[in-house]
Design a protein around this ligand. Structure first.
Ligand code: GLN
Length: 288
């Protein structure tokens, strides 16, 4: 038995289970179980693994148990416990949405447009904290507050903030109700990537998403717009005059969410596209 045999065994099992990226996933799990990098893998892959070495045998068992998990379509990131976002490492588990590259569009836009270090930022539905923490690290704002309804998600976000040595103010609760009234009118920037998938669409998603990512992070109710309606209606109360809101959206929600922001009184409402060219962020300014 060699590392190469284990890799082939794992890839075959994953491809069989419908994981189209099975080969690469098996490689990453092998590297994790054996604490390998590519160079050491290439050097050692054909050397027979010791049958007497208990540590090696334990690594083989760990690898196989991770392959079994992945074959049941548990997301790779939940097995490894991490996902990279904006060049930073985020711990993830089954209580948070796995940070997506799509969301980097929002973070990069905010960094481009909001450069002062004196600004106060609020991130709603923070999940893993990927938006709030990457903005705190790269934007250096005066303060960053992050809210989520889920206590389990906030534990993950707190752990991530600590890992990146950022002081984030975490508040648990449903959107703005998580905040003390004294903070009304004090934020310069609001960001959010709320749940926005229409309920009926969830059943059509890959098993990794529909069975293993938190439903409460995905489900935007019947038309996918529930959270945008609530956020649009109340955001003005919490922004300073001239404050800006940035909302991540689904590719076909640009018009609807722009409409909600305009109706609520926002100015200069714009839709911004992601790199592949799909509508991805809606932003607007709360008038002076
Ligand atoms: N804000 C988090 C993210 O962008 C969580 C989003 C969510 O749970 N809908 O990943």
């Amino acid at each position: 038995m060699t590392l190469y045999d284990l890799l082939n065994e794992g890839s075959a099992a994953l491809l069989q289970a419908g994981d189209t990226d099975g080969e690469n996933d098996a490689k990453l799990l092998l590297f994790e179980a054996f604490h390998l990098d590519l160079v050491h893998f290439l050097m050692d892959r054909l050397r027979p693994l010791s049958e007497q070495d208990e540590q090696v045998q334990e690594q083989i068992r760990t690898y196989r148990s991770m392959i079994t998990k992945r074959a049941s379509r548990i997301p790779l990131q939940q097995i490894l416990g991490s996902q990279e976002f904006m060049g930073l490492e985020f711990y993830v588990n089954e209580h948070v949405l796995i940070p997506r590259q799509d969301t980097e569009t929002l973070v990069e836009l905010v960094l481009q447009e909001q450069q002062s270090t004196e600004k106060k930022l609020l991130d709603l539905c923070t999940g893993s904290g990927c938006i709030a923490i990457s903005l705190a690290v790269k934007g250096g704002y005066e303060s960053v507050t992050a809210t989520d309804l889920s206590e389990e998600a906030l534990k993950v976000a707190e752990r991530n903030a600590k890992a990146h040595q950022k002081e984030i103010i975490f508040r648990q609760g449903d959107l703005f109700t998580a905040l003390p009234q004294s903070e009304a009118g004090t934020f310069d920037i609001i960001t959010s990537n709320p749940p926005y998938i229409p309920t009926a669409v969830i059943a059509t998603l890959e098993p990794e998403v529909r069975e293993h990512e938190p439903m409460m992070a995905l489900d935007g109710t019947e038309d996918g717009l529930k959270f945008y309606r609530q956020i649009a209606k109340k955001a003005g109360t919490w922004l300073k005059p001239g404050g800006v809101i940035y909302l991540e959206i689904g590719y076909d929600q640009g018009e609807a969410v722009s409409g909600l922001l305009r109706e609520a009184g926002f100015d200069k409402v714009r839709v911004v596209k992601d790199l592949p060219g799909k509508d991805r962020v809606v932003c607007g300014i709360w008038p002076d």
